[in-house]
Design a protein around this ligand. Structure first.
Ligand SMILES: [Zn+2]
Length: 254
């Protein structure tokens, strides 16, 4: 008989889907092993003791057995269930979005403790925060997720000529990775004007601790503009990331 290789880890469940007769396939994020795909056996049976501990968005401690293809959850205990999220439709949809972002920005077995920490803290902020705090928590997550995965938008220097951005008629160039000064931006076909208020909010989100961000009140149009700009930037970045992953795969195959 071969000895099973066991390891223990904290894990937050990002995704799950049915697998086989009674099992579930989980995508989890861990503090020191990064993103993992695991099998939780038998958890769809009514008498499963593990089932309640491997719910979506739950933070659990797990004992895992290394398998030939997929590792298997042999034991799970809830650390934090974030129950308030499950009782509110808005919070659930925010948590789905959060989990999807973390999933899309990370690769398996590529650990980042700051990403784990950000994920856990954002879940807590969604669970307990006011609607305004939930909005800010998601924007804070977006800008820090970009930074932690190597796609930090440049908000202080012109991405074309490098001059320091002064208050005024500045631009934002998504494919260029950040702000453009009035001279460079005005003549660029794909740079859009960025209102000063929007730039200030983005800088605040990028550089200030959450405790300061949590108290910010935004006007409705600034709020919408910040949300749209980040969404466009993230969409562009994820497409670029996917293309580079595809390219690397092809290169390896070749
Ligand atoms: Zn410039």
């Amino acid at each position: 008989m071969t000895t099973e290789r066991l390891y223990n880890t904290d894990a937050i469940i990002l995704r799950r889907r049915d697998f086989g007769e009674a099992d579930r396939l989980l995508t989890v994020y861990t503090p020191h092993r990064g993103k993992l795909r695991l099998v939780a056996k038998g958890v769809r049976k009514t008498k499963s003791k593990k089932a309640g501990h491997v719910e979506l968005f739950t933070h659990a401690t797990m004992q895992i057995a290394a398998g030939r293809n997929l590792d298997i959850v042999s034991q799970a205990d809830t650390v934090q269930a974030y129950r308030a999220i499950r009782e509110d439709l808005d919070k659930i949809s925010h948590a789905y979005y959060l989990a999807e972002l973390v999933d899309k920005f990370t690769e398996e077995h590529d650990p980042s403790y700051p990403i784990f920490e950000l994920l856990a803290l954002t879940l807590a902020r969604l669970a307990d925060g006011s609607p305004n705090e939930q909005f800010l928590a998601l924007r804070y997550l977006e800008i820090h997720m970009l930074g932690l995965s190597g796609f930090q938008p440049q908000l202080f220097l012109c991405v074309s000529c490098g001059t320091k951005i002064e208050p005024g008629e500045n631009f934002f160039h998504i494919a260029g990775g950040g702000v453009m000064c009035p001279d460079c931006g005005a003549s660029h076909p794909h740079a859009d004007p960025i209102p000063l208020g929007v730039l200030k909010v983005l800088r605040f989100l990028q550089t200030r601790p959450w405790e300061q961000v949590a108290g910010v009140q935004l006007k409705a149009d600034t709020r919408r503009a910040v949300e749209n700009l980040l969404l466009q930037y993230i969409t562009f970045t994820l497409e670029k990331k996917l293309k580079s992953v595809d390219f690397l795969r092809k290169l390896r195959k070749g």
